[in-house]
Ligand binder design. Structure first.
Ligand SMILES: NC(=O)c1ccc[n+]([C@@H]2O[C@H](COP(=O)([O-])OP(=O)(O)OC[C@H]3O[C@@H](n4cnc5c(N)ncnc54)[C@H](OP(=O)(O)O)[C@@H]3O)[C@@H](O)[C@H]2O)c1
Length: 268
């Protein structure tokens, strides 16, 4: 029986708990009381227990999942004492494994990065360092990718931000279709399906560079090529690169500094 404690019941951990308990065999979940509305809803919908305080969560669990925001981590660390035989899995962006070890006083610390699709067991599940127990726990939530270094993990965090940006891209494309006359539900179905089938085919053809797949569609004289030329003229991809750079810089600065001061604005 896995005993999982959640410290920080928020937007992401709520979805992870729903995904974990969808077809979890033997798992008990203990929730911290803050974020009370979400914690109470989870305990009503699923077999979770809301504990009286954070230490009670720690005392009941073998694996502790941390889902507070970066600026809330120091306060949380001061409220709990973990046992050496426990494992900590942190979702907190930009906080290194060494910093987690220092704050919580235990060695077995793992970082994980997921998306809201954890709720439907379709999230990217990035993990560092590789850890069999953490991987076994989180694998049901989606597509597990184990990163080889802390820097790789920060890059995975940038990739998780791309996931958020894709929603805005999809929104804009959907709304272009709507403005031209498509009903919203059909416009939504078209753009989401198009994104899905692109990802599925790129995965299927994994020996081909993704660019080659695009080039094989955007051959000279096609409408795809005509639109691609316009995207190039507007430097559409340069804007995405700039967004990635700014987030990556911020993450490296934050984790390199090893300090959790002034992190209130650096969430995810
Ligand atoms: N959201 C995402 O898409 C996403 C994706 C990847 C990673 N992350 C990372 O995941 C973490 C959580 O993000 P989120 O968006 O889920 O945050 P969130 O919705 O703000 O949830 C944080 C929760 O932690 C609670 N909390 C704060 N301090 C606490 C303490 N000392 N003890 C117990 N609970 C405490 C908060 O309660 P109060 O409301 O009472 O403060 C809130 O319920 C962040 O570190 C972020 O970097 C988020």
């Amino acid at each position: 029986m896995i005993k999982l404690g959640i410290l920080g019941v928020g937007d992401l951990t709520e979805k992870m708990v729903r995904g974990l308990l969808r077809d979890a065999g033997e798992m008990e979940v203990f929730l911290s009381p803050r974020g009370r509305e979400k914690a109470c809803t989870l305990s009503r919908d699923l077999s979770c227990r809301v504990m009286p305080d954070n230490q009670a969560v720690v005392d009941a669990a073998d694996i502790i999942l941390i889902g507070v925001r970066p600026g809330q981590l120091i306060e949380l660390a001061q409220q709990v004492t973990l046992r050496n035989d426990q494992k900590l899995i942190s979702l907190v962006s930009g906080v290194s494994v060494n910093e987690l070890r220092r704050l919580f006083g235990i060695q077995r610390c793992v970082r994980a990065m997921l998306s809201y699709a954890a709720e439907i067991n379709r999230s990217t599940v990035a993990i560092f360092p590789a850890d069999a127990e953490a991987q076994a726990l989180l694998r049901p939530l989606g597509n597990l990718i184990s990163l080889a270094s802390e820097t790789e993990f920060e890059l995975a965090t940038v990739s998780a931000c791309m996931n958020g940006w894709f929603y805005f891209l999809l929104h804009d494309l959907q709304h272009w279709l709507i403005e031209k006359g498509l009903p919203p539900e059909r416009a939504r179905a078209l753009v989401t399906s198009s994104m899905e089938d692109c990802a599925a085919y790129a995965k299927h053809q994994d020996s081909l560079p993704i660019r080659d797949l695009g080039q094989s569609i955007a051959t000279p004289g096609t409408f795809t090529a005509q639109g691609l030329e316009m995207l190039g003229l507007h430097q559409a991809n340069a804007a995405w690169n700039a967004a990635c750079e700014v987030v990556f810089d911020a993450l490296l600065t934050q984790s390199g500094r090893g300090s959790l001061c002034n992190l209130d604005t650096a969430e995810h």
